[in-house]
Design a protein around this ligand. Structure first.
Ligand code: SF4
Length: 281
């Protein structure tokens, strides 16, 4: 798969206030994500902006952001929590070369009160550890499944679950709060509590503090990619997913939440069901 990488020199940044849990603003250094997970809710942004490439095959680096953030740095409210990488991975492979996320973090760190909440699946974040640790931060990743086949089909370019958890462990060891998003939960596909239990205990062993779960969101454009992957992974579920409605999906997910909470709490971890907070997504 070849990826078209585009530098964007011009653009706007309004202080993006976000409804995402426990964050005040969001910053995404990239538009598009070359990792191309086949359940990603950000596929929707390609639809919205009428991008003609397939999801995962096109990414823009927002090179205008450092200048705009420098100019607007004083406008973030005091002690604000800024989510970095809320719809596109800030440490995706291109970042190794162009260090855009690094430049942005450097600028934000001029204000020592700003709390950075960074979500990534790439251990490249460890490169910027000193910078990140020079102020308040928390670090998270997502792992929807530890089933090898699921990973090969739905997120083939993502580092292994162990690599993602080891990355969190590096931060956890120096006292940074770490969290794991077990998401998207896809009823009948990856919602089995026994897999959840295994993953929770792995996360605990790597020092994770908090577990979030969230349901799959079929925003415009997502279902097509999801169905292609499902056809490879579990063709027997195709008729079910052709007809399944939002109500049924939520009912199944909600029936699991109680069990997930019990398992997480039994392991001594904080558990947050993010689905109600993400309802507008
Ligand atoms: S890494 Fe995250 S943002 Fe990138 S495609 Fe996968 S789910 Fe989407």
């Amino acid at each position: 798969m070849s990826v078209k990488r585009v530098f964007r020199w011009e653009g706007r940044y309004y202080l993006h206030e976000t409804i995402l849990p426990e964050m005040d603003y969001s910053i995404n250094p990239y538009f598009g994500c070359e990792i191309g997970c086949r359940y990603c809710y950000s596929i929707y942004y390609f639809k919205m902006k009428k991008v003609r490439h397939r999801w995962g095959e096109y990414v823009e680096a927002k090179l205008y952001l450092p200048k705009l953030l420098t100019k607007n740095l004083g406008r973030f409210k005091k002690d604000a929590v800024i989510g970095i990488g809320t719809y596109s991975d800030p440490y995706q492979p291109w970042e190794r070369e162009i260090k855009l996320t690094r430049r942005i973090i450097k600028i934000l760190r001029r204000r020592r009160d700003l709390h950075l909440s960074i979500q990534t699946r790439y251990p490249l974040i460890i490169r910027d550890m000193d910078l990140i640790l020079s102020g308040p931060a928390d670090i998270g990743t997502s792992i929807p499944s530890i089933d090898r086949r699921f990973i090969d089909v739905f997120e083939p370019l993502v580092p292994s679950p162990e690599a993602r958890l080891k990355m969190l462990e590096k931060f956890s060891r120096v006292g940074v709060d770490t969290w794991l998003y077990i998401a998207p939960i896809i009823p009948y596909v990856n919602d089995d509590p026994s897999m959840f239990r295994e993953l929770i205990y792995m996360a605990r062993d790597y020092g994770v503090d908090t577990i979030y779960t969230d349901i799959i969101r079929f925003r415009v454009g997502v279902k097509k990619y999801f169905m292609e992957a499902l056809e490879e992974y579990r063709p027997d579920l195709i008729p079910k997913y052709r007809d399944i409605g939002r109500k049924e999906l939520y009912e199944i997910y909600d029936s699991r939440v109680k069990v997930y909470r019990e398992i997480a709490e039994e392991a001594g971890l904080k558990y947050i069901d993010a689905a109600p907070m993400m309802f507008r997504y």
